[in-house]
Design a protein around this ligand. Structure first.
Ligand code: ZN
Length: 465
């Protein structure tokens, strides 16, 4: 197998390191089966449903799981983005699978109807951790319980086919939060019953973005939105499920899984569930074709809803409670992502429409303050140098606000300098952010793109002439 991902290579290296240690006795298939037998009645009791067949479980090997997981991601993404070409699809699958594989201790593999557990990855993670050392077997027991919930979800609602039905990222994110939230909620309840509170707390901690923030700053920069989204899916989802559970019990969660929220905003605001606001503004197609201004050449593009979970995964350096009221006023959003051969060469256009001008203005302030705080935090890291950080107004008489941020950073471990340029505009209640990662821009390109976008918004009466 070709190891195209540095992240996966790192995960494998960590595994190899840990195999040299024999802190714990090896875990065999028979131990695993005992864990399944212990968890099954608890999962059945808490979920209120019975397994029709005794779930199969095996000790997995990371390369095999990685390959199987890629198959799952490929199926989901090829349905989510039907227009994506093969190479771009593989890139996306590669990124998701490698970030996920790094912290994977167990996985229900749909294609094989089998629960795989990866004790070596777990031991490797524990070996790298300088803090508390939970008991490996107790921790695995929780992982087994978690994955069994997915097995039950597959049996009860045909989980995998539901994933394949999604064509909208924000709706898929919301569904995943319900699916992972359910499993996370149940594994937490089981851990409590088994008295494994330290292990449960440790496992919860692995989903917290804070644990990784700036630990390795460049890796943080590249993986943060995936990590932050995972935090949302698992911990945010579990919070949402807990609330629904309190009101409607175990059966309420099965009903929720069959009729999940369509927007991640609802996971943050559970009172919206059941009466989510209908979109009043249609932004489909509004960003289509704008990638030509990113430069000559063939661009691979993705356009999707830019839902609240994803907005939050990017504005990371302000207090969430400051963002809450502002994001409650988003009424429509859209994103276009255009990339060349490498994932480190890309442009993105992110459009948000707010209820009124003041919410848009406030959002822009918060996003800028997040960028500023990030610079301060980044600069504190030993060995990191922000060679250049520029924060300036841009001339644009047609905009209420127009700014540019230029960040140029030479990471310690990488030969290349990374350049990120962010152009901001606010036209009344609309904000747009254009990110250019390592793209050379001519002076005219971005203003041309923004002028064209503005015209499209005027035509839709979202921006005044
Ligand atoms: Zn899960």
């Amino acid at each position: 197998m070709k190891l195209s991902s540095p992240i996966l290579a790192l995960a494998l290296a960590a595994t190899v390191t840990a195999q040299g240690e024999t802190r714990d006795a090896p875990i065999h298939d028979a131990d695993l089966q005992a864990m399944v037998d212990k968890a099954v009645p608890l999962v059945e009791e808490i979920c209120g449903r019975k397994f029709k067949d005794r779930p199969k479980a095996r000790i997995g090997e990371i390369r095999e799981i990685y390959r199987l997981m890629r198959g799952e991601f490929r199926a989901i993404y090829s349905h989510l983005y039907p227009k994506l070409d093969d190479k771009a699809l593989e890139q996306l699958v590669d990124l998701e699978a490698s970030v996920t594989a790094f912290s994977l201790f167990g996985k229900w593999i749909f294609a094989r109807s089998t629960l795989y557990v990866l004790p070596e990855t777990l031991k490797a993670t524990l070996a790298l951790d300088k803090g508390s050392k939970p008991d490996v077997r107790s921790l695995l027991q929780i992982v087994v319980a978690h994955e069994l919930v997915h097995a039950l979800q597959q049996q009860e609602i045909g989980l995998f086919d539901r994933f394949l039905a999604y064509r909208d990222v924000d709706a898929l994110d919301a569904f995943q939060a319900c699916v992972e939230g359910h499993a996370k909620f149940v594994d937490g309840e089981i851990a409590k019953r088994l008295g494994s509170t330290a292990e449960a707390e440790y496992w919860r901690g692995l989903f917290r973005y804070e644990k990784f923030r700036n630990r390795v700053p460049l890796r943080d920069l590249l993986q943060r939105s995936t990590r932050k989204l995972n935090e949302f899916r698992y911990l945010g989802g579990a919070e949402f499920v807990r609330g629904q559970w309190k009101q409607h019990g175990a059966e309420g969660i099965w009903a929720l899984l069959k009729n999940p929220p369509r927007q991640t905003a609802t996971i943050f605001r559970p009172d919206r569930y059941g009466h989510e606001p209908k979109p009043t503004v249609d932004l489909a197609g509004i960003l289509e074709g704008l990638q030509v201004h990113f430069g000559r050449g063939r661009w691979r593009t993705l356009t999707h809803s830019f839902g609240e979970a994803r907005v939050r995964s990017e504005v990371l350096w302000v207090e969430p409670e400051d963002l809450d009221p502002v994001l409650a006023d988003v009424i429509a959003s859209r994103e276009l992502e255009a990339s060349r051969a490498a994932i480190t060469l890309k442009g993105r256009i992110k459009l948000l429409v707010f209820r009124d001008d003041s919410a848009a203005k406030r959002f822009l302030e918060l996003a800028e303050s997040s960028a500023q705080n990030e610079r301060v935090n980044f600069a504190k890291q030993p060995g990191q140098k922000w060679n250049e950080f520029e924060f300036a107004d841009e001339p644009d008489p047609k905009a209420d606000e127009a700014r540019v941020h230029r960040i140029r950073v030479k990471p310690t471990l990488l030969p290349a300098v990374h350049r990120l340029t962010i152009h901001w505009r606010r036209w009344g209640r609309v904000t747009v952010q254009v990110d250019l990662l390592n793209l050379k821009e001519s002076k005219a390109d971005v203003p041309k793109m923004l002028a064209e976008l503005r015209q499209r918004l005027v035509a839709k009466k979202l921006v005044a002439e």
